[in-house]
Design a protein around this ligand. Structure first.
Ligand code: AHM
Ligand code: MG
Length: 326
């Protein structure tokens, strides 16, 4: 059944928005609202730290590699710590998985929710002062409350998400999320310290003329559908736009119409992007805005993850463009 939507004016605070929409939230309304507030709080803290990048010694890498083999940046670690701390203290979340951690964290409390996080996506862009983001997914725990968490609690399909979204740290910072009843965007107002509604009920155009991919990888892509699609884009004089920060590329295409592609490559035969930390959250947002996300064979949201760090090809954005690759 289509849920009713409460239309609130542009400029209302995130807090007021959450309160007004509580009837659409899952059971344990208060706890879920608090969880959204915890995410917003962590986002503000990370935003503050990012604004200091370059001013203090928090840029550069820490010399480790994460579970996916990427170098960890100092700010990756900082964002990871800030989000995990905010979610742990809030008490609504019982378990967390993060792109920066090898395995799940059991907070050993009676919280009802599981959170999957990419605390700082596109972090190779920080040292050059280019937009980065945080991506999050929220699920309900499966096992009984007060029992130890198991992998089953985490390896849920994207279709089981009860909320997801992202924070874009850009010229202004934005929080965009869905609870399964449309997509709303909030812009951070630093002088107030509040996210305010700026983009209500975001709809992704069915068509678009922007394609976003690392075309330097063309020779290591073997999927003929992808090769044909790149030619289609060129034949039709599409605009190529690639920041290399998934959140930023996704956000632009969400608002303007377009497609983001990360196919399988020689280096990443199963795709580079992580289902649980990146693709599922954005797939839920894009579906809720009228767009589409697939791995070329099936909807991203229907893929059964086999491990926390499961990767898959990702084609996401305007429906008619994504359909050309499915
Ligand atoms: P990260 O989570 O380690 O930052 O990696 C994900 C990023 C995406 O933000 C971006 O779209 C993609 O990796 C860029 O990859 P590439 O440099 O191979 O084009
Ligand atoms: Mg990432």
């Amino acid at each position: 059944m289509e849920k009713s939507r409460i239309d609130l004016p542009i400029g209302v605070t995130l807090d007021r928005f959450i309160k007004s929409n509580e009837k659409d939230y899952p059971t344990a309304v208060g706890a879920f609202s608090q969880l959204l507030r915890d995410i917003a709080l962590a986002a503000k803290v990370v935003n503050r730290e990012l604004n200091k990048a370059g001013l203090v010694d928090i840029m550069g890498n820490v010399g480790n590699a994460n579970a996916g083999g990427d170098e960890q940046q100092k700010l990756d670690m900082l964002a990871n710590t800030r989000f995990i701390r905010a979610l742990s203290k809030g008490g609504e979340v019982c378990g967390i998985i993060s792109e920066e951690n090898d395995s799940f964290v059991d907070l050993e409390n009676d919280g009802k929710y599981i959170v999957a996080l990419d605390p700082l996506d596109g972090s190779s862009n920080i040292d050059v002062n280019v937009s980065v983001g945080t991506i999050f997914s929220i699920y309900k725990r499966i096992t009984a409350i007060n029992s130890p968490l198991t992998l089953e609690d985490f390896l849920q399909k994207g279709r089981d998400q009860i909320a997801s979204g992202y924070i874009l740290y850009g010229p202004s910072s934005m929080l965009v999320f869905t609870t399964g009843n449309g997509v709303n965007g909030f812009t951070y107002e630093p002088s107030l310290g509040e996210f305010v509604l700026s983009n209500p009920n975001i709809q992704c155009h069915e068509d678009g003329t922007i394609y976003s991919m690392n075309e330097g990888l063309s020779n290591s892509i073997s999927d003929s559908k992808v090769k044909a699609f790149i030619n289609y884009c060129k034949d039709n004089e599409f605009t190529a736009r690639y920041i290399g920060s998934l959140v930023a590329d996704f956000h632009r295409n969400l608002l303007k119409g377009g497609i983001y592609l990360y196919p399988a490559t020689t280096k990443y035969p199963n795709g580079k992007l992580r289902l649980m930390f990146e693709s599922n959250a954005l797939a839920f947002v894009i579906e809720q805005s009228g767009g589409k996300a697939t791995d070329g064979n099936m909807d991203i949201l229907d893929i059964q993850p086999t491990s926390i760090h499961h990767t898959a090809a990702l084609y996401i954005g305007s429906k008619n463009l994504v359909n050309r690759l499915s």
